[in-house]
Every structure is written in C-alpha cells, then in structure tokens.
Design a protein around this ligand. Structure first.
Ligand SMILES: [Zn+2]
Length: 1037
C-alpha cells in the first residue's frame, strides 16, 4: 500500500507539473511593440574589431586563441543557422570587412539563404562601413572612403543601403561623424556607447541620453541625426549576459532541475527595464544583447532571449521582443516626442575622473603619419587609374583601398592595438601601396607617351591597341606593350624621402643621362611648390621640360637626419659619404603632371650657392627671411622669438620649444589608479619639462639661400628641428625629429612642441573635426554640463587632423599638422602639440601592452626606441588670410605632390612632358576640391566635389561655388550623371529624411538651403559652404 501510495503521489505531481509547465515549452517570441506598455527592444549584435589584440585575419579565422578566443567566421555561420531556423529572430551585422571575407567563402545555396534573411529584415546591416572607423584620428575623406567601400559591397550583393549609424565603441564622437557620415549618408539615427562619465550622469538625470545632433554650424538642421547614447556601453544590462562563457545566471525554467530561477529572472528583467526607462524618453528602450565577438555559439544568446521574451510577456508588466536599432528609431520617431538638441561633439572622452582618453590622439605617431601619407597617395592613385582606365586584373588600387579602410578601424590608426597587430596594419598598407605605385607608374608612363585617357587600361582590345600604338620611338614604349609584364615598374617613388633616402636621386649621373623627376598634382588647382630631393654631389642642375634651367639650392642634410637615415637603412647597403638636399621650385598643372630633369652640371659648375654659418659667427639675433616674413631667433636661447611681416610690418612675439610630460605610472596621485597608456594621457604633474642640453647651443647651423633658408636646432641628442622658410612663403615649416626617447631613467615621456605667444585668447582655441569643420574649444569648460576639472592638461586635449589655432582681435595664429595628433591650449596665448610618446605602463583599457615602440635590426641584436619625423606648419595672419591659408595649405598637405623618378638618356624626348586632365587652362575655384575621382570595378566613375569653407569663415570664399562638370572631363562624352548619397550607392533623390521635433526649434533653424539632386542632363554643379556632392558618371567609351 505504501508503495502504491507513493506511486499515486508521484503520478499526481507529474501530471500537475506537466500541466503547469507543459514541457517542451513552445516559447512565444513573436512579440512586437505594444502601445501603452514599456517596450524593451532586444537587439542581438556582435562587436567585431578588425584587429586589436589579434590581427584582422586571425580574428576572422579564430587563430591565436591564447590571446583571445574570437572567430568571426563561426559567428556568422552560427547566426545564419539560427536565423534560418526561426523567422522571429533578428540580428544586426555591422563590419562589412568581416562579412565580405565570410561571403567570399559561401556557396550559392548559402548565399541565397542569406539574401532571403536580409530581404525579410531578419538580418540587417547597419553602419555597414568596411570597419567601424575611429572618429578622432581619421580624416573625413578616409571615413567616407571606407564607408563607401562597405556600402558598395552591400548594395552590390543585397541591394541595400544601411539606414542606421552604429559607432558603439569609438572613444569619443566627432561632429563630422554626425552630420557627414550619418546625415549625409542617409542614416536616420546614430547610436554609440562612450561619452564622458560626467556628461552621461548629467544626461541620465535630465533624460537627454537621446538627442537630435546637429554637428555642422553651417548645415544645421539640414544635416541632423537622431542620436542615442546606449544605456550600457554596448553590452546587456547587469545580469543579462547570455553568452556561452557568462558568469551570470542562466535562465533556468525547468523545475525538475536544480537552480530553477524563472521568477527571479523575470523580476530582474522588469526591474532593469523600469530603471532604464527612468533615464530615457518615450516608452521604448533598447537593450544591446551582445558584446565583443559574441554569438560564436549564437544558440546560447537566442535560446535564453526566447525564454525571456516568452516569460516576460506572459508576466505582462513590460513588453520584450526581438528588434533592431532601425525599428527602435522608427518607434522613437512615431512617438512624436520633442527631443533635446546637441551641437558640437563628444570630445574628449573620460570614463572616470583621472582617465582622459586623449593619449590615443597621438599614440603610434609613425603609423599615423604613414596612414596620412598613404591617404593622399591613394587619392592620387585612384585619379591616375581613372585617367587611363582601371585594370580588371592586377595591378589596381583595390588592395590599398581595402588596407586604408581597415586602418580606419577604431583600434588601428588610433594606436591602441597590440604591436604585432600594428605591424600587420603597416604590412597591409605597404603591400597595397606597392601595387598602387605600379598603377600610377604605368599610368604616368602612358600619359607621357602622349596617349589620352582610355588608351592604357583594359578598355580597348589589343587589336585596337595595336592600331593606336605609336611607333617605338622612346624609352617608354616597351612598358605599354602587351608582351611586357605590367608589374614592371619604370617610374619609382622613394618612400623614405622623409629621412633623405632615395637611391634614384642619390645615384651619380653620367654625362648623357639625366634623372627625370615626374611630379603628379592630385589637386584641382595649379601649384608652385619647392621640391626637396636627396643628392650626393653638388654639381647638378635642374631643367624644366623645355630645357630652361631652374634655380636650385643645395643644403647639407642635418646630422640628426643622417643618424636616423643610417640606422633605418642599415640593411639596404646604403653608401656613406656626403649627402645634401637639393631644392628647386616646380610648377605643376591641376590634376596633372610636370617633368623636370636633374643632370650633371656642364663644366662641373656648382649649383646655386649655399651659405652656412656656425651660430658663433653671428652677431645679434639670428634672422632668416622670405619675401613675406622674417623669423628672428634669440641668440642666447636659440629659440624662435619673433615673426615679422614684411607686408604690414606687424611683429608677432613667439617662443617655440620642445618639452615632455612625465607619464603617470598609475600610483603617483591619490585616488584612482590610472597610468598613461596607449589610450590614456595622464601626466604625473602638469609641468612640461624643457628638452635642453645645457652644454650645447640649440642652433647648430643656419643656411640662407635663394630658394630656402633653414635653421637647424638640436635640443638634445634625441630631439631636433629644422625650421624652414621657403623663398616666397608666408608660413614656416618645422621639420621635427623626435627619438629614440630615452627611458633609462624609468620615466615615461610624452613629447610636446610648445608655442607661447602674448595673444589674449581668453581660454578659447579652435580645433578641426576630422579635417573638415573647426570647433571652438574653451579650456576647462563643456557646453553641455558643469565640468568638474580633475586633469587640467589631459582634460583639455583635443584630437587634431588638420590643425589648431588661436584668435586675437584681428590676428590668428595657426598650426597645421601632417598626421593626427593631440593638441591643446593649456594657458592663454599658448598652443601645444603632442608629437611622440614612449610609455612604461599599460593603462588597463584592454590592450595589455606598454606603448613602447622599438625598432630592431640584425635579428633583434640592434634595437632602439622609435624615432618619429614629421612636420608642423605655422602661420600668423589677419583673420581673412588665415582661414584661406589653412584651407589652401591644408589641401596641399592632404594631397601632396607625388614624386616619381626614372633615369633616362639625353636622346629621350618625352612626348607629353606636361599634362592636365582638366579642360585647357581650367582649374577649380579656390573654395572647391575634388575629394574623389575613381573608376569603380563596374566601370562607373565616382566623383565627389567638396566646398572647403564653412559659412562666415571667409568673406570672399564662404560663398556658393560653381563647377561645370564638362570642364573636368574634356574629350569624354558624358552619357549620364546621377547624384548620389555621400557613400555613393543610392540616388540622392531617394534618400528620406525624418522631421524630428526639437526643443527650442522655431522652424527658422533649418540650416543652409539644400539643393535638389542634379537632374538628368544638368552638368553645372553649385556647392554651398561645407557642402559635399557625390556623382556617378557614365561615359561613352
Ligand atoms: Zn571595438
């Protein structure tokens, strides 16, 4: 009986549980937004960095797991299966660079499945650039290019343009990101995770975590974007990490098993949702259900979300469902809420009182310099590739285009990856640039042979080519012929010219041979510029293309550069011996080239004279002049002390020096542990220690001449400068050489160039946003909240890509940079730029390596700290001329002349020694630039024109400008022009914009009037200040 009783009891219990829980449970995950309820949008996502602790391809395949377990290929495999199994599940994918790697490997059957998932909205691409680019250390043109590369892939394979911005991880957010890379692309919203901890606390209180962001003063409401700061960086709320390796509670709804926690999980979900809702407007909130490299086992996330959605909705206090940021944005828009307004940007970013993420503005300055150099190089390569027709086969510019896209990632050019990953980025750039150099070289050879566009690439058949082939009459003809490998480079660049190393120009030129110097100008304006090339003897002359002798000047290469050159070229069998820089002024037409010839001077005559003086022989102050300004250096300190304007006799007192901040090792101050590291800048004390050598004079030599004057300053064995003034210059070029930074005293150092003036700047200074707009900064102040100041130096640093300036009543003092750097005005009248950092501690932000870059040779037997060479350009001018100088000089530095060399015999006559792709005599207006001219893989042409000035920046130039597109393509017949969105994939007229309601809006703040898309048959393009217009062109071949 007893036994029978137990059995009956057990039977009854089982029946009851099965009825109560009805296992297997058919989880209902079909929920959608419900009016009147608190709606929790669960957004499944994975944050996949294109390189950080592992390289991009290691992350893709999943190798190098001892560093980090992360494999993107399995994430995509796993997510696609999960979505295919259940039409209610959703997922967003963000990094097209990874997706394209995976896509290439899929068969047609799998591709068809994915196309259906995309078409149904289950899989949505958002952001969609090749990478999630950084926003502090990148130029706007590179941001546009990498976004376009990703969007072109998505449009080609899926016919979609992403509509949502997703910059969840970058360490601060730029105005250009908001108005240009979101609004102008066609995104209706932008979401990110990181903003200053004080800003976030204030916004949570005021429920201003979501705003309408108008990043452009000029474009205003016409380029705005709904912007949401995510509630938990980009991870789920506490307790809801559902990944396979989670340490948090797994949703356990089976009462037959231990640790049943359904009630607790549902209560916790509801509480988290309600807490979050207090900080946000409307009854819609977003939960980011993912993290770094999540969903390798997608099932663990989806299975638990299915349960949460099912039970939470059964509970009924809140409504949870699968969603995407696009659906979330739509609900926010439909709520009719009036949103707060945000202008300017989100820099600098601090995540606690002593952790300002302002070190990365300068981290890995050599990589930053390399990326900047290749940015202009790539634009020039794409132009030349377009001019002669893109090769369907290699070589083409694609490898460099992809490498440049990858390095815009928010751990790449940023300088926050591990060293082996930084090496991988540099190697990709190097491989890409070699191929692109090949493209440029063949294109130039072809054009120099007198063949116009379309005669050098793949566009014409070999029969046609044979018919049009000129007779073999010069050196260049063989390069063109089909029988010769296109890999053969005849024209060569010298990538190490920055350390005065160029085998071509250093070689001895016998009688009867000369070195052709081909200068390609990627600007739409004619330019006259002084060229500097290293040579080994002084009896040389330079002739222009019609044989006129050009004025030259020879200056000995300074000892610091020679030392660096010797160290960095030790495995290149470089000849020792005298070394000089030869200077001459060249003139190059717009979007075209000029050829100059370097040859041995007849009768051994010396090139233009030089004058070098030891400072001891100079009386009084040390002075050098251009036709426009004079520089005076103090004889006692050796430092620049005045800039005098010959034109208006204005005298500008200035003191420029080098100094270093001692990096905090993390324990030097009370309070939070925080060291200076790859991300963080935290000086130990606010003093910047001068770099000086009391035993030696700073000025080591002075050279004056007819082309250039130079003052060589040596501050210490590891810090020197050449202050250079060209004959007709209105600006000063400071060529600095910093390193190896000594660390034998166990002190980390962050080296700064400091400029002191007596300008009355009232705490104000101006820095650029991604090289585009200039934003006013006020020391120890933020427009959006009352700032509590804890780091008086690091907390006032801003990212520079173009430059920084101070403003007085009618004078502006500007500095332009040749790569991204951190800069500030830490005292009135002062500007400073951080040039190099060598650190002995990690800052605990994830990279887990000290930023201590070293360079080794001879199987690591010879190593030293990295030396960085770079340039700063300095200008003092009345306001009107100052803005014009910044924009014009800025364009010249962003798109420098590309210099090629080839040795030729005297008998050679180059058919076309000078060429411009533009209509005869035409150049672009001074306020307009071509920022893209590219033939795409499908043969279509992409053209972007940019107005370079903000509204009210310059009386003369902040006005609408006009370009007749026919002037850009003489000799070609344009079949069709279509105006596109900024990323170049969607017709502009099809882009929808949302009309958000904004607090304080009176309807009059619409911003600049925007034009309709160019209509069929139109070819006159008008550009308003700060406007960029993108076109697809189809030519009759
Ligand atoms: Zn990241």
């Amino acid at each position: 009986m007893k036994m029978v009783g137990s059995l009956i009891y057990c039977f009854v219990v089982c029946i009851c549980l099965c009825q109560c829980l009805a296992f297997p449970v058919d989880y209902n995950n079909t929920a959608v937004p419900v009016k009147g309820k608190l709606n929790v949008h669960l957004v499944p996502h994975s944050h996949d960095d294109l390189g950080w602790l592992k390289t991009v391809d290691q992350y893709f395949v999943g190798s190098n797991s001892s560093i980090q377990v992360a494999a993107v290929q399995y994430i995509l495999d796993s997510v696609v299966s999960a979505l295919q199994e259940d039409p209610n599940k959703k997922f967003i994918y963000v990094e097209t660079g990874f997706f394209a790697r995976w896509w290439r490997q899929q068969n047609e059957k799998k591709k068809e499945i994915v196309r259906k998932l995309v078409a149904s909205g289950q899989l949505e691409f958002i952001n969609g650039g090749w990478v999630m680019h950084d926003e502090a250390t990148v130029m706007y043109v590179d941001m546009i290019d990498q976004t376009s590369l990703g969007h072109r892939f998505l449009m080609k394979e899926f016919g979609v343009l992403p509509v949502t911005g997703w910059q969840i991880d970058p360490f601060g957010h730029s105005a250009v990101q908001a108005y240009l890379l979101c609004a102008e692309v066609g995104f209706s919203s932008l979401f990110f995770g990181r903003a200053d901890y004080q800003d976030i606390a204030n916004r949570r209180n005021r429920r201003t975590m979501e705003t309408i962001w108008r990043g452009s003063k000029t474009l205003g409401a016409s380029a705005q974007v709904f912007t949401g700061i995510l509630p938990n960086l980009y991870v789920p709320p506490d307790g809801f990490d559902l990944g396979i390796a989670t340490t948090e509670a797994v949703v356990q709804d089976d009462p037959f098993l231990y640790d049943y926690n359904l009630e607790e999980r549902v209560n916790s979900f509801v509480k988290s949702a309600r807490d979050q809702a207090k900080q946000y407007r409307t009854n819609h909130i977003i939960w980011t259900m993912g993290e770094d490299f999540a969903y390798e086992s997608a099932g663990t996330w989806f299975k638990q979300m299915d349960k949460l959605i099912h039970y939470v909705n059964k509970d009924g206090r809140v409504n949870a469902f699968y969603s995407t940021p696009t659906i979330y944005t739509r609900e926010k828009y439909m709520s009719n809420e009036i949103w707060p307004l945000k202008t300017d940007d989100f820099f600098p970013y601090a995540d606690h009182s002593n952790a300002y993420w302002t070190g990365y503005f300068t981290s890995r300055p050599a990589l930053k310099g390399y990326v900047r150099k290749l940015s202009g190089f790539l634009q020039a390569a794409k132009q030349l590739e377009f001019l002669v027709g893109r090769n369907k086969r290699k070589p083409n510019t694609y490898s460099l285009e992809e490498a440049m896209a990858i390095v815009q990632h928010h751990d790449a050019v940023v300088g926050t990856s591990k060293q082996h990953v930084a090496n991988d980025y540099a190697a990709r750039l190097s491989h890409g640039s070699l191929e692109a150099e090949n493209v440029m070289s063949s294109a130039l050879v072809c054009l120099m042979n007198g063949k116009s566009s379309n005669f050098c690439g793949d566009k014409i058949s070999s029969e046609q080519r044979a018919q049009t082939e000129p007779k073999k009459e010069n050196l260049f003809e063989e390069i063109d012929s089909e029988s010769i490998s296109r890999d053969k480079i005849e024209l060569e660049q010298c990538p190490l010219m920055n350390i005065s190393y160029c085998p071509k120009s250093e070689a001895n030129l016998d009688t009867g041979r000369s070195l052709a110097i081909v200068l390609y100008n990627p600007l739409g304006w004619k330019r006259n510029e002084v060229i500097k090339i290293p040579v080994t003897n002084t009896t040389l002359e330079v002739l222009d293309s019609i044989g006129n002798k050009i004025q030259t000047q020879i200056v000995p290469v300074d000892p610091a550069t020679r030392r660096v050159r010797n160290f960095y070229t030790q495995d290149m069998s470089v000849q020792a011996g005298p070394l000089f820089n030869l200077y001459f002024e060249a003139s190059v037409p717009p979007l075209g080239y000029s050829v100059y010839f370097l040859k041995a001077a007849k009768n051994g005559a010396s090139a233009a004279g030089t004058l070098s003086m030891k400072p001891g022989h100079i009386n009084g102050e040390i002075i050098v002049d251009s036709t426009r300004i004079q520089l005076a250096f103090s004889k006692s300190t050796g430092l620049l002390k005045e800039i005098r304007n010959h034109h208006n006799n204005a005298v500008f007192p200035i003191n420029q020096s080098l100094c270093w901040y001692n990096s905090s090792d993390g324990n030097t101050r009370k309070g939070t542990y925080e060291a200076s590291g790859a991300y963080i800048f935290r000086p130990n004390i606010s003093r910047c220690f001068p770099i000086e050598d009391s035993k030696k004079q700073v000025i080591q030599s002075v050279t004056k001449g007819n082309v250039v004057s130079e003052v060589y300053q040596q501050f210490s064995p590891w810090a020197s400068q050449v202050v250079r003034l060209y004959k007709n210059a209105e600006d000063v070029e400071i060529d600095f050489l910093i390193g190896p930074i000594p660390i034998d005293d166990d002190l980390g150092k962050e080296v700064v160039s400091q400029f002191r003036t007596n300008m009355v700047s009232n705490k104000e200074f101006y820095t650029d946003s991604n090289g585009r707009d200039f934003l006013k900064r006020i020391r120890n102040y933020r427009a959006d909240w009352n700032l509590s100041v804890h780091e008086i130096i690091a907390g006032n640093y801003y990212p520079l890509n173009l430059g920084i300036y101070l403003k007085d009543n009618d004078t502006e003092f500007s500095l332009l940079v040749d790569r991204s750097v951190g800069g500030s005005s830490v005292s009135d009248g002062e500007l400073e730029l951080m040039l190099h950092r060598r650190l002995l501690h990690d800052d605990n932000k994830g990279v887990a390596e000290n930023l201590n870059e070293t360079v080794c040779f001879d199987n690591n037997k010879t190593c030293e700290g990295l030396t960085v060479q770079g340039k700063i350009f300095l200008n003092v001018n009345p306001t009107e001329q100052a803005s014009e100088w910044r924009r014009t000089k800025g364009q010249r530095e962003v798109l420098p002349l590309q210099i090629f060399f080839v040795t030729v015999g005297d008998e050679i006559k180059i058919k076309e020694p000078q060429f411009s792709a533009l209509a005869k005599g035409y150049e672009l207006p001074p306020n307009v630039a071509i920022i893209t001219l590219q033939e795409l893989e499908d043969g279509q042409t992409l053209l972007r024109l940019a107005h370079l000035y903000e509204a009210s920046e310059n009386v003369k130039l902040s006005v609408p400008a006009t370009v007749d597109i026919h002037n850009l393509f003489p000799g070609r017949k344009i079949k069709k022009i279509v105006e596109l969105n900024l990323s170049g994939v969607q017709e502009k007229s099809k882009i929808k914009t949302l009309n958000w309601k904004v607090e304080g809006d009176t309807g009059s703040s619409a911003g600049a009037p925007r034009r309709d898309a160019l209509k069929d048959g139109e070819h006159i393009v008008e550009l308003s200040p700060m406007e960029i217009r993108t076109f697809n062109l189809d030519f009759d071949v």
